[in-house]
Design a protein around this ligand. Structure first.
Ligand SMILES: Nc1ncnc2c1ncn2[C@@H]1O[C@H](COP(=O)(O)OP(=O)(O)OP(=O)(O)O)[C@@H](O)[C@H]1O
Ligand SMILES: [Mg+2]
Length: 327
């Protein structure tokens, strides 16, 4: 459904020297600074896949999604979505995809959402019965029936995001580019948007490329992730393989010693790669997967503990490790 091959986008920005004379020099000779926001990115996505697109701030995620949407042109390389070249901005392509930018408002601010939806119906020439069915389904799934007549600027952030999603889906796109659709939402709204997206993807087999800085979104929705760093792709594959990368799968063991002082503040485990102690006296250890039993025995053999937990390394940390290894 989506084929991206060696997609590259270089941004040219003027570098102005500081001060008055810097400005004057700039009139004569302009210094450019070139940033490759995307460098030789290639991947392909099958119909119906829900792929997470990850990377730190400035990695090039939005730039790539904008190229896929035809909003900006690649400097080199090419993209095809359902056979279309996005740069041509054909009408048939516009009907096929939707781009949702969580950072940007796409609805008319001074109109109730329902009026924006009616305008979109006219723009996309959506047949009346199809429009009604789609709108009813979306409104029910997102539970915003009571808010349709409220001016968009008076909606809460979460309600507005739900309306943005409805607006994006009214013309029943087959491909969705979602750029941080849950940004700034509280935990409850994030969950609502997430479960909506999961349902919607399954129900209609739409292809979705999602960026989010919230790992919960990615974990819950995407089996596959593409990770970019400084414009280049550094990982493409199953999320669980990413989570277990970095040699043997690591675990985090935390424990609180029982009163009695068998654990000095400087206590270290012989097997763990790192041991830290917080102000409340809780020890946290990062342990290779095959040493979990040995370390647990070591802890319990040293002295009584009030509480002990064994958890997976947070995905954020695994990804940060991946970035650091590339830096
Ligand atoms: N219009 C532009 N002109 C110049 N540079 C740009 C432009 N748009 C993006 N960039 C630069 O390209 C790089 C990638 O930006 P992009 O917005 O794609 O990152 P991102 O991965 O979406 O980051 P974030 O997680 O912060 O949204 C950044 O260094 C950014 O400053
Ligand atoms: Mg971005």
């Amino acid at each position: 459904m989506i084929e991206v091959s060696q997609l590259t986008r270089v941004f040219r920005t003027y570098k102005k020297l500081p001060g008055f004379w810097g400005g004057v020099k700039g009139l004569v000779k302009r210094d450019f600074e070139e940033t490759a926001a995307a460098k030789d990115i290639s991947f392909s996505i099958q119909e119906g896949e829900f792929v997470g697109f990850l990377g730190p701030n400035g990695a090039g995620k939005t730039t790539t999604l904008k190229m896929l949407s035809g909003l900006i042109h690649p400097t080199s390389g090419r993209a095809r979505v359902a056979g279309f070249d996005p740069t041509k901005r054909e009408n048939a392509y516009r009907r096929l995809f939707a781009l949702v930018l969580g950072q940007k408002n796409q609805l008319w601010w001074d109109l109730p959402a329902i009026e924006s939806f009616n305008l979109l119906r006219a723009i996309y020439a959506i047949p009346a019965d199809q429009y009604k069915t789609t709108l009813d389904e979306l409104v029910a799934l997102l539970d915003v029936g009571k808010k349709l007549n409220v001016m968009v600027r008076e909606l809460s952030l979460g309600e507005r995001m739900k309306m943005e999603l409805i607006a994006a889906l009214l013309h029943r796109p087959r491909v969705l580019f979602l750029d941080e659709p849950t940004i700034g939402l509280d935990v409850v709204s994030q969950k609502a948007v997430r479960s909506f997206l999961r349902d919607y993807n399954r129900r209609h087999r739409v292809t979705i490329l999602l960026t989010s800085h919230y790992m919960a979104d990615i974990k819950e929705l995407c089996e596959r992730v593409v990770v970019i760093h400084k414009g280049s792709k550094i990982y493409d594959g199953p999320l669980d393989r990413l989570e277990s990368s970095g040699g043997a799968k690591k675990k985090i063991i935390s424990f609180i010693p029982a009163a009695g002082g068998a654990f000095p503040e400087t206590w270290q485990s012989g097997f763990a790669t790192g041991t830290t102690r917080n102000d409340e006296g809780k020890f946290t250890l990062c342990v290779p997967g095959d040493k979990v039993v040995a370390v647990s025995q070591e802890i319990l053999g040293t002295g009584p503990v009030a509480d002990i937990t064994i958890e997976d390394v947070p995905l954020e940390d695994v990804i940060a490790e991946l970035f650091n290894a590339q830096a």
